[in-house]
Design a protein around this ligand. Structure first.
Ligand SMILES: *Cc1c(COP(=O)(O)O)cnc(C)c1O
Length: 398
């Protein structure tokens, strides 16, 4: 496998002299996106005004974009709805799963999950006020926590902090064998690795599009529902855009007969158009090749950083098969070190309490970038450049 077969930097507007290792948090800007945004804003909105819902096919845009995402996550056409934010989609998926398993009162997630997923579940359980309980065992103990009392298992496939990856097929099988519904959060998986949602049989999956899918800040989220259970899904957020006939203006809610029933309100057309354009970079790309390149880049990165900086401790699984597309190192002054690195043109990020996080996105990161990054990390850590007091000022976003 040769990385150059997946690298397509020319499709992105990358700033000069920057090594960007944060595409796991906010993907880069694909070329063509700005033009598409201005066409949508000036040509469609400005020129056609409300007629654009029909003339520019705004009404079907969420679905068309959903089908393009479906192809990247191993799901059939029509099974992915787009819109809202990932937090909202988590809420909808868990609410739907609980209704499908009446009598069961336990939701299993894990202690490594992204906080908003757990916050949303607790918020939902408070609203339901029906004796539900959220359990969050350590990630390696999840399998043991699944028994016949469990209504739903909500797991983030790739841990946002460490990059540790759950075995999607195996965990789905275990959840379903116990009679629970499975929900996968693909925030750090979609666009990072090959996925087979249809093959693993999960009931639900949710994800965001501003990370590996390069949809831009605040890009719409997505939700997958296994096609055979759609008609049993009762939307907790019964918005008019999820109605079977929104413009019939019926007083009674009647959900659409597809995954579209998980749409809520008016879709964010400008963001969807941007995302639609951004997805062009995946044309002709095989995720197996992206995965192979990502492993090659991250193995090189780990080897180079460990050789140059014994002060850093690998916080990600050493086995690439157990890791997503990021590498994390623990370092007590990781915040300061990351600021010093960013100051030198190597952009990663920091997650409390001590994790320096580096994402690998082979479409626009190559071996040279990895070597430049390792060199700068060595300068910052070896030379203790992070001790400069300006690097200890905390920003709102880390
Ligand atoms: C990034 C991320 C989110 C973010 O949720 P938003 O509603 O899009 O802000 C949620 N869950 C996981 C697992 C994430 O990695």
């Amino acid at each position: 496998m040769n990385i150059s077969t997946v690298t397509r930097k020319h499709l992105f507007d990358l700033p000069e002299n920057i090594v960007y290792l944060d595409g796991n948090s906010l993907g880069c800007l694909p070329r063509g996106v700005a033009g598409r945004a201005s066409k949508t804003i000036e040509g469609e909105w400005g020129g056609q005004l409300i007629r654009a819902w029909n003339t520019a096919s705004w009404m079907s845009l969420p679905q068309r974009v959903g089908d393009r995402i479906a192809r990247l996550v191993g799901a059939p056409d029509g099974s992915v709805a787009t819109g809202d934010t990932l937090s909202i989609k988590v809420y909808q998926a868990v609410a739907a799963a609980l209704r499908m398993r009446p009598g069961r009162k336990v939701i299993v997630s894990d202690s490594g999950n992204f906080p908003t997923d757990l916050y949303m579940v607790r918020g939902l359980l408070q609203t339901l006020d029906a004796g539900y309980e959220l359990r969050t065992p350590e990630p390696e103990n999840v399998a043991d926590a699944i028994d016949e009392s469990v209504a739903a298992v909500l797991l983030t496939h790739v841990d946002y902090r460490t990059g540790r990856m759950h075995d999607m097929a195996d965990m789905t099988r275990r959840a379903q064998a116990a009679g629970a519904a499975m929900i996968w959060d693909l925030a750090h998986s979609a666009g990072a690795l090959p996925l087979d949602l249809a093959g693993c049989g999960t009931e639900f999956a949710v994800g965001c599009t501003y990370k590996y899918l390069n949809g831009g800040p605040g890009a719409p989220a997505f939700i997958y529902v296994r096609p055979d259970i759609v008609s049993a899904v009762e939307p907790a957020l019964a918005g008019w855009m999820g109605h079977d006939a929104p413009f019939a203006m019926e007083l009674h809610y009647r959900p659409a007969m597809s995954t579209e029933r998980l749409r809520v309100g008016t879709p964010p057309i400008v963001q969807l158009a941007i995302l639609d354009e951004a997805l062009n970079v995946w044309d002709g790309v095989e995720l197996e090749d992206v995965r192979a390149a990502s492993i090659e880049l991250s193995e090189l990165f780990i080897a180079e950083v460990e050789r140059r900086c014994p002060q850093l401790n690998l916080a990600s699984p050493r086995d690439p098969a157990a890791r997503g597309s990021q590498v994390s190192f623990a370092f007590a002054n990781g915040y300061e070190a990351m600021q010093a690195l960013i100051d030198r043109g190597v952009i990663g990020d920091f997650r409390a309490p001590d994790i320096m996080r580096f994402g690998f996105t082979p479409l626009y990161v190559d071996r040279d970038d990895v070597l430049v990054a390792a060199g700068k990390i060595e300068e910052v850590i070896g030379g203790e450049l992070w001790r400069d007091t300006r690097y200890s000022v905390r920003s709102r976003v880390t």
